[in-house]
Design a protein around this ligand. Sequence first.
Ligand code: SAM
Length: 273
Amino acid sequence: MWYTEKQTADLGFSCRVKEMLLRVKSDFQEIAVMDTYQFGRMLVLDGMVQTTDADEYIYHEMITHVPMRTHPHPENVLVIGGGDGGAVREVAKYPQVRNITLVEIDAQVIDVCRRFFPQISAALTDSRVDVRIADGVEFVKGASNSYDLVIVDSTEPVGPAVELFGATFYSNIYKALKEDGILVAQTESPFFNVGLIQSVSRHIKRIFPLFHLYLAPVPTYPGGLWSFTIGSKKYSPLEPQGSYLPDEARYYTPLLHRSCFTLPRFVQELLTG
Ligand code: SAM
Protein backbone atom coordinates (compact mmCIF):
# COMPACT_ATOMS: atom_id res chain seq x y z
CA MET A 1 0.00 0.00 0.00
CA TRP A 2 1.32 3.46 -0.90
CA TYR A 3 0.33 6.88 0.41
CA THR A 4 0.80 9.86 -1.90
CA GLU A 5 0.63 13.49 -0.82
CA LYS A 6 -0.08 15.74 -3.77
CA GLN A 7 2.43 18.42 -2.82
CA THR A 8 1.65 20.60 -5.84
CA ALA A 9 -0.70 20.11 -8.79
CA ASP A 10 2.21 18.42 -10.59
CA LEU A 11 4.20 16.71 -7.83
CA GLY A 12 3.48 13.79 -5.53
CA PHE A 13 5.40 12.45 -2.52
CA SER A 14 4.85 8.74 -1.92
CA CYS A 15 5.61 6.40 0.97
CA ARG A 16 5.05 2.68 1.25
CA VAL A 17 2.70 2.11 4.15
CA LYS A 18 2.89 -0.82 6.59
CA GLU A 19 -0.37 -0.01 8.26
CA MET A 20 -3.01 2.71 8.35
CA LEU A 21 -3.42 3.27 12.09
CA LEU A 22 -6.13 5.92 12.17
CA ARG A 23 -8.28 8.02 9.88
CA VAL A 24 -10.85 10.34 11.51
CA LYS A 25 -12.55 13.62 10.77
CA SER A 26 -12.35 16.25 13.51
CA ASP A 27 -14.32 19.51 13.54
CA PHE A 28 -11.41 21.15 11.69
CA GLN A 29 -9.66 18.61 9.48
CA GLU A 30 -9.10 15.01 8.48
CA ILE A 31 -6.51 13.40 10.77
CA ALA A 32 -4.60 10.34 9.59
CA VAL A 33 -1.79 8.36 11.21
CA MET A 34 0.06 5.73 9.24
CA ASP A 35 3.07 3.54 9.86
CA THR A 36 5.45 3.89 6.91
CA TYR A 37 8.51 1.84 6.01
CA GLN A 38 10.75 4.87 5.41
CA PHE A 39 9.78 7.38 8.11
CA GLY A 40 8.00 5.37 10.81
CA ARG A 41 4.73 6.86 12.01
CA MET A 42 3.48 9.81 10.03
CA LEU A 43 0.85 12.40 11.02
CA VAL A 44 -1.16 13.69 8.08
CA LEU A 45 -3.73 16.51 8.32
CA ASP A 46 -6.02 17.11 5.35
CA GLY A 47 -3.66 15.11 3.14
CA MET A 48 -0.53 17.06 4.17
CA VAL A 49 2.33 15.48 6.13
CA GLN A 50 2.86 17.30 9.43
CA THR A 51 5.47 15.24 11.18
CA THR A 52 7.09 11.80 11.17
CA ASP A 53 9.03 9.75 13.71
CA ALA A 54 12.15 9.83 11.54
CA ASP A 55 12.59 13.51 10.67
CA GLU A 56 10.55 15.43 13.27
CA TYR A 57 13.65 16.37 15.29
CA ILE A 58 15.04 18.60 12.55
CA TYR A 59 11.94 20.78 12.30
CA HIS A 60 11.23 20.88 16.04
CA GLU A 61 14.81 21.66 17.06
CA MET A 62 15.17 24.37 14.44
CA ILE A 63 11.88 26.12 15.19
CA THR A 64 12.77 26.26 18.90
CA HIS A 65 16.52 26.32 19.59
CA VAL A 66 17.30 29.10 17.12
CA PRO A 67 14.98 31.65 18.83
CA MET A 68 15.42 30.15 22.32
CA ARG A 69 19.20 30.63 22.10
CA THR A 70 18.83 34.06 20.52
CA HIS A 71 17.09 35.30 23.68
CA PRO A 72 19.36 35.52 26.77
CA HIS A 73 16.70 34.43 29.29
CA PRO A 74 13.46 33.08 27.79
CA GLU A 75 10.99 32.25 30.55
CA ASN A 76 7.49 32.59 29.09
CA VAL A 77 6.86 30.93 25.76
CA LEU A 78 3.69 30.75 23.67
CA VAL A 79 3.31 28.05 21.00
CA ILE A 80 0.48 28.51 18.49
CA GLY A 81 -0.56 25.36 16.61
CA GLY A 82 1.97 22.64 17.39
CA GLY A 83 -0.58 20.17 18.77
CA ASP A 84 1.85 17.30 18.23
CA GLY A 85 3.87 18.68 21.17
CA GLY A 86 7.26 18.62 19.40
CA ALA A 87 8.01 22.34 19.80
CA VAL A 88 6.83 22.21 23.43
CA ARG A 89 9.15 19.25 24.06
CA GLU A 90 12.17 21.23 22.84
CA VAL A 91 11.24 24.40 24.81
CA ALA A 92 10.70 22.30 27.94
CA LYS A 93 14.36 21.20 27.82
CA TYR A 94 15.38 24.69 29.07
CA PRO A 95 15.45 24.79 32.87
CA GLN A 96 14.93 28.58 32.98
CA VAL A 97 11.56 28.31 31.24
CA ARG A 98 8.69 28.90 33.66
CA ASN A 99 5.58 28.73 31.48
CA ILE A 100 4.80 27.24 28.10
CA THR A 101 1.33 27.97 26.75
CA LEU A 102 0.22 25.79 23.84
CA VAL A 103 -2.74 27.14 21.86
CA GLU A 104 -4.03 24.46 19.50
CA ILE A 105 -7.38 24.81 17.73
CA ASP A 106 -8.04 21.08 17.38
CA ALA A 107 -8.19 19.01 20.60
CA GLN A 108 -8.26 15.82 18.54
CA VAL A 109 -4.76 16.47 17.14
CA ILE A 110 -3.44 16.54 20.70
CA ASP A 111 -5.30 13.36 21.67
CA VAL A 112 -4.11 11.53 18.57
CA CYS A 113 -0.49 12.60 19.11
CA ARG A 114 -0.58 11.58 22.78
CA ARG A 115 -1.75 8.15 21.64
CA PHE A 116 0.40 7.54 18.55
CA PHE A 117 3.46 9.81 19.02
CA PRO A 118 4.42 9.48 22.71
CA GLN A 119 8.04 10.51 22.10
CA ILE A 120 6.95 13.75 20.39
CA SER A 121 4.10 14.67 22.75
CA ALA A 122 5.68 13.57 26.06
CA ALA A 123 6.33 17.09 27.42
CA LEU A 124 2.64 18.08 27.18
CA THR A 125 2.31 16.69 30.70
CA ASP A 126 5.18 18.88 32.04
CA SER A 127 3.84 20.96 34.95
CA ARG A 128 4.98 24.20 33.22
CA VAL A 129 2.77 23.50 30.19
CA ASP A 130 -0.70 25.04 29.92
CA VAL A 131 -2.68 23.56 27.01
CA ARG A 132 -5.49 25.76 25.65
CA ILE A 133 -7.88 24.56 22.97
CA ALA A 134 -8.49 27.81 21.11
CA ASP A 135 -7.93 29.69 17.88
CA GLY A 136 -4.46 31.25 18.04
CA VAL A 137 -5.72 34.27 16.09
CA GLU A 138 -8.25 35.07 18.81
CA PHE A 139 -5.91 34.12 21.66
CA VAL A 140 -3.23 36.67 20.80
CA LYS A 141 -5.76 39.51 20.51
CA GLY A 142 -6.12 39.48 24.29
CA ALA A 143 -2.43 39.34 25.23
CA SER A 144 0.00 42.17 25.87
CA ASN A 145 3.59 42.36 27.07
CA SER A 146 3.48 38.73 28.22
CA TYR A 147 5.86 36.48 26.28
CA ASP A 148 9.59 36.27 25.62
CA LEU A 149 9.02 34.06 22.60
CA VAL A 150 6.03 33.22 20.40
CA ILE A 151 6.42 30.16 18.15
CA VAL A 152 3.91 29.83 15.30
CA ASP A 153 4.00 26.11 14.50
CA SER A 154 1.07 26.08 12.13
CA THR A 155 -0.32 23.95 9.36
CA GLU A 156 -0.10 25.14 5.77
CA PRO A 157 -2.06 28.33 5.08
CA VAL A 158 -5.43 26.69 4.51
CA GLY A 159 -8.61 26.72 6.64
CA PRO A 160 -8.11 28.02 10.20
CA ALA A 161 -4.38 28.57 9.58
CA VAL A 162 -4.81 31.21 6.84
CA GLU A 163 -4.87 34.11 9.28
CA LEU A 164 -1.75 32.77 11.03
CA PHE A 165 0.22 34.22 8.10
CA GLY A 166 -1.48 37.65 8.11
CA ALA A 167 -0.36 41.14 9.13
CA THR A 168 -3.00 41.62 11.85
CA PHE A 169 -1.96 38.39 13.55
CA TYR A 170 1.73 39.41 13.53
CA SER A 171 0.85 42.87 14.91
CA ASN A 172 -1.05 41.22 17.75
CA ILE A 173 1.93 38.97 18.43
CA TYR A 174 4.14 42.07 18.55
CA LYS A 175 1.85 43.41 21.31
CA ALA A 176 1.77 40.04 23.08
CA LEU A 177 5.57 39.99 23.27
CA LYS A 178 7.62 41.67 25.98
CA GLU A 179 9.78 44.62 24.95
CA ASP A 180 12.66 42.32 23.98
CA GLY A 181 10.52 39.46 22.68
CA ILE A 182 10.96 37.29 19.59
CA LEU A 183 8.55 35.76 17.07
CA VAL A 184 9.39 32.69 15.00
CA ALA A 185 7.08 31.16 12.41
CA GLN A 186 7.35 28.25 10.02
CA THR A 187 7.03 29.83 6.58
CA GLU A 188 6.93 26.94 4.12
CA SER A 189 9.06 26.10 1.09
CA PRO A 190 11.26 28.61 -0.75
CA PHE A 191 10.64 26.57 -3.94
CA PHE A 192 6.88 26.30 -3.82
CA ASN A 193 5.67 29.15 -1.57
CA VAL A 194 7.54 32.19 -2.88
CA GLY A 195 4.50 34.52 -2.68
CA LEU A 196 3.78 33.48 0.92
CA ILE A 197 7.38 34.01 2.06
CA GLN A 198 7.45 37.41 0.36
CA SER A 199 4.22 38.55 1.97
CA VAL A 200 5.25 37.31 5.44
CA SER A 201 8.65 39.00 5.09
CA ARG A 202 6.99 42.31 4.12
CA HIS A 203 4.73 42.16 7.20
CA ILE A 204 7.51 41.21 9.61
CA LYS A 205 9.90 43.88 8.26
CA ARG A 206 7.18 46.50 8.75
CA ILE A 207 6.20 45.40 12.28
CA PHE A 208 9.50 44.27 13.89
CA PRO A 209 12.85 46.12 14.03
CA LEU A 210 14.73 42.91 13.08
CA PHE A 211 13.78 40.42 10.37
CA HIS A 212 15.66 37.20 9.53
CA LEU A 213 14.87 34.11 7.51
CA TYR A 214 16.63 30.80 8.01
CA LEU A 215 16.50 27.38 6.42
CA ALA A 216 16.61 23.72 7.37
CA PRO A 217 16.09 20.50 5.43
CA VAL A 218 12.93 18.57 6.27
CA PRO A 219 12.83 15.47 4.03
CA THR A 220 9.06 14.92 4.22
CA TYR A 221 8.04 18.53 3.46
CA PRO A 222 7.47 19.76 -0.10
CA GLY A 223 10.82 20.41 -1.77
CA GLY A 224 12.73 19.16 1.27
CA LEU A 225 14.02 22.64 2.14
CA TRP A 226 12.03 24.61 4.72
CA SER A 227 11.99 28.24 5.83
CA PHE A 228 11.48 29.85 9.22
CA THR A 229 11.00 33.57 9.78
CA ILE A 230 12.10 35.53 12.83
CA GLY A 231 10.82 38.93 13.92
CA SER A 232 12.75 40.27 16.88
CA LYS A 233 12.31 43.43 18.94
CA LYS A 234 15.89 43.57 20.25
CA TYR A 235 18.12 40.51 19.97
CA SER A 236 19.77 39.54 16.71
CA PRO A 237 19.63 35.81 15.98
CA LEU A 238 23.01 36.23 14.30
CA GLU A 239 24.51 36.80 17.75
CA PRO A 240 22.87 34.20 19.97
CA GLN A 241 23.01 35.14 23.65
CA GLY A 242 21.55 32.07 25.32
CA SER A 243 24.03 30.15 27.42
CA TYR A 244 22.09 26.93 27.89
CA LEU A 245 22.34 24.28 25.18
CA PRO A 246 20.20 21.15 25.42
CA ASP A 247 22.59 18.22 25.05
CA GLU A 248 20.04 15.96 23.42
CA ALA A 249 19.84 17.96 20.18
CA ARG A 250 20.44 15.81 17.07
CA TYR A 251 20.38 18.49 14.39
CA TYR A 252 20.94 21.86 16.07
CA THR A 253 24.45 22.97 16.99
CA PRO A 254 25.77 26.48 17.79
CA LEU A 255 27.71 26.50 14.50
CA LEU A 256 24.65 25.47 12.58
CA HIS A 257 22.74 28.28 14.29
CA ARG A 258 25.03 30.73 12.51
CA SER A 259 25.13 28.94 9.18
CA CYS A 260 21.35 28.49 8.78
CA PHE A 261 21.04 32.26 8.14
CA THR A 262 23.43 32.07 5.19
CA LEU A 263 20.95 32.00 2.35
CA PRO A 264 21.33 30.67 -1.18
CA ARG A 265 21.16 33.41 -3.80
CA PHE A 266 17.69 32.41 -5.05
CA VAL A 267 16.31 32.85 -1.52
CA GLN A 268 18.08 36.22 -1.07
CA GLU A 269 16.56 37.29 -4.36
CA LEU A 270 13.05 36.23 -3.46
CA LEU A 271 13.32 38.29 -0.27
CA THR A 272 14.29 41.42 -2.16
CA GLY A 273 11.88 40.73 -5.05
N1 SAM B 1 5.14 21.02 11.91
C1 SAM B 1 3.95 21.10 11.16
C2 SAM B 1 4.10 21.57 9.74
O1 SAM B 1 4.81 22.53 9.44
O2 SAM B 1 3.48 20.94 8.89
C3 SAM B 1 2.84 21.77 11.90
C4 SAM B 1 2.48 20.89 13.04
S1 SAM B 1 1.10 21.16 14.03
C5 SAM B 1 0.33 19.58 13.86
C6 SAM B 1 0.04 22.33 13.25
C7 SAM B 1 -1.23 22.55 14.05
O3 SAM B 1 -1.73 23.88 13.84
C8 SAM B 1 -2.41 21.61 13.70
O4 SAM B 1 -2.58 20.69 14.72
C9 SAM B 1 -3.60 22.55 13.53
O5 SAM B 1 -4.78 22.05 14.11
C10 SAM B 1 -3.10 23.82 14.22
N2 SAM B 1 -3.78 25.06 13.81
C11 SAM B 1 -4.18 25.41 12.57
N3 SAM B 1 -4.78 26.62 12.61
C12 SAM B 1 -4.77 27.03 13.91
C13 SAM B 1 -5.24 28.20 14.58
N4 SAM B 1 -5.85 29.19 13.93
N5 SAM B 1 -5.03 28.29 15.93
C14 SAM B 1 -4.39 27.29 16.61
N6 SAM B 1 -3.94 26.17 16.02
C15 SAM B 1 -4.12 26.04 14.69
